[in-house]
Design a protein around this ligand. Structure first.
Ligand SMILES: NC(=O)c1ccc[n+]([C@@H]2O[C@H](COP(=O)([O-])OP(=O)(O)OC[C@H]3O[C@@H](n4cnc5c(N)ncnc54)[C@H](O)[C@@H]3O)[C@@H](O)[C@H]2O)c1
Length: 441
């Protein structure tokens, strides 16, 4: 029985308030007009794709669009003429109130937490792009508020719902290679910047509201081609480097399959910090406590930039095997599984697994899953309850790139690095005065 049907029954019994409590904030949306009225923050780049994918659900009505770049806002508005438009998400959430039911956040990483938190404080379910946040503390706070308010949430790791990644999870959990002792994961993309300071561009493009783009981050002059669009990924104040960008997709499958929690420690091998960009190449090592799918503990190694992919022989794979540019490798007691990024898993040794029958699964639509859950049907697979700890683990590795070759010992319960007080300063940042949000910086 769906949650909405149970609501009707309760209403018959004359208790509307009890019904609303039962169905939760997400499903309450269906009461207004039978459609989920969505508001989208950041509608260019990936935000444009998110908008199309969410709007393709028959029960979605795109009600509001927000972007700090007028060109991008206009392009999205041309496809959704009924939507009201804003430049400032704070104004959009405050003004629209009950006229919107759910919020999608597709901005650069440093704006995920403040926008998602404001939406959740207003009682809205949220679809938020990956990585969930820019800081470890923000990930913890978003998860807790989502849980306290019982909101439907989903992080934008759409490949989590792909058949190949779900099959890889099923194969590992079905014990195909036995208990796993090591994970290697890599991306040869380079979302780092090893250079120095930037020269300001005399004029900010007339279509861009630079102050709103900076948002919670400290003021600085605009430089063409350095921040907006896209290149903010490389910079420590706005993005999370290759680890945050591609790592979150590639970490996701081993993290989910092995049911990992919080790492015991993280250590990064990279150049010394510049205070500007993330390093262009990193090796990040973690140790996780054991789970029912791993040996007593699990060692995890990430490689990016020109450190990726690692050498086949170092992974005990055939020397002539050309590894994909992005992917992961599970080393188990009874074999090895290679998972190229969004492709079918490959088992080694080949001869041992030649008759292995793969689980049959179907693709799922990650976006529609969130819309359906907002309307009271089913659950999301990458809610903030899952995405929060995954993002915390990932971001601890990003913090570690500021202290090369140092193991950051992690106390997850206390949200603290126990052996290096300076690292704790990087778990949370102070927001600019005009952009403060309750529960965050
Ligand atoms: N899931 C995926 O496969 C995937 C792929 C690409 C990007 N992403 C994620 O999507 C997000 C955006 O990445 P992108 O490559 O599209 O970046 P981008 O810079 O190209 O686009 C960001 C968009 O947000 C707008 N914006 C910036 N600040 C804003 C604010 N304060 N309020 C409203 N709008 C704002 C920009 O004008 C732009 O339209 C990032 O979190 C990124 O990690 C996810």
């Amino acid at each position: 029985m769906s949650i909405l049907i149970s609501r009707r029954n309760v209403l018959k019994a004359g208790s509307a308030i009890a019904a609303l409590q039962l169905i939760g904030n997400g499903a309450r949306a269906a009461l207004a007009n039978g459609k989920l009225r969505t508001a989208h923050i950041g509608v260019g780049g990936m935000g444009g794709g998110d908008l199309t994918s969410i709007a393709s659900h028959a029960k979605v009505e795109v009600a509001a669009l927000c972007d700090v770049d007028q060109t991008r806002l206009d392009a999205a508005a041309a496809k959704h003429a009924q939507a009201v438009t804003f430049r400032d998400y704070r104004e959009m959430i405050a003004k629209l109130g009950d006229k919107i039911d759910a919020v999608v956040v597709s901005t650069p990483d440093h704006t995920h937490a403040p926008a998602a938190m404001l939406a959740m404080l207003a009682g809205k379910p949220v679809y938020c792009q990956k990585p969930l946040t820019h800081e470890v503390f923000e990930a913890r706070q978003l998860r807790q508020v989502a849980e306290q308010k019982g909101l439907v949430t989903q992080m934008g790791i759409q490949v989590h719902s792909s058949v190949t990644y779900r099959r890889a999870v099923a194969m590992i959990q079905g014990g195909v290679i036995g208990k796993v002792s090591q994970v290697h994961a890599w991306s040869n993309k380079n979302w780092g910047y090893d250079g120095g300071a930037f020269q300001p561009t005399p004029q900010i493009p007339a279509t861009l509201d630079w102050n709103l783009w900076l948002g919670t981050a400290a003021e600085r002059p605009f430089t063409q081609g350095v921040y907006h669009p896209g290149n903010w990924r490389k910079l420590i104040d706005f993005g999370t480097g290759t680890l945050g960008d591609m790592g979150v997709h590639i970490f996701d499958t081993p993290y989910a399959a092995l049911e990992l929690t919080f790492p015991r420690w993280a250590k990064t091998t990279c150049r010394s910090p510049s205070g500007i960009g993330h390093p262009e190449k990193n090796i990040v090592e973690y140790e996780f406590p054991g789970t029912k799918y791993t040996t007593n503990s699990l060692s995890w190694k990430w490689y990016d930039g020109s450190f990726a992919p690692p050498a086949s022989e170092a992974l005990q794979l055939p020397a002539d095997l050309k590894l994909p540019g992005q992917g992961s490798l599970f080393v188990g007691e009874g074999g090895t599984m290679l998972l190229p990024h969004v492709a079918e898993p490959v088992l080694f040794p080949t001869e041992k697994f030649k008759d292995y029958k793969r689980p049959e699964l179907e693709n799922q639509n990650h976006y529609h899953q969130w819309v359906d859950a907002c309307l009271g049907q089913g659950k999301t697979s990458a809610s903030f309850a899952y995405a929060g700890p995954l993002t915390e683990a990932l971001l601890l590795g990003v913090v570690a790139n500021r202290f090369p070759d140092t193991k950051l010992m992690w106390d997850a319960a206390a949200l603290q690095v126990t052996n290096l007080p300076a690292a704790n300063q990087l778990l949370k940042r102070e927001y600019r005065a005009d952009f403060k949000v309750a529960g965050l910086g």
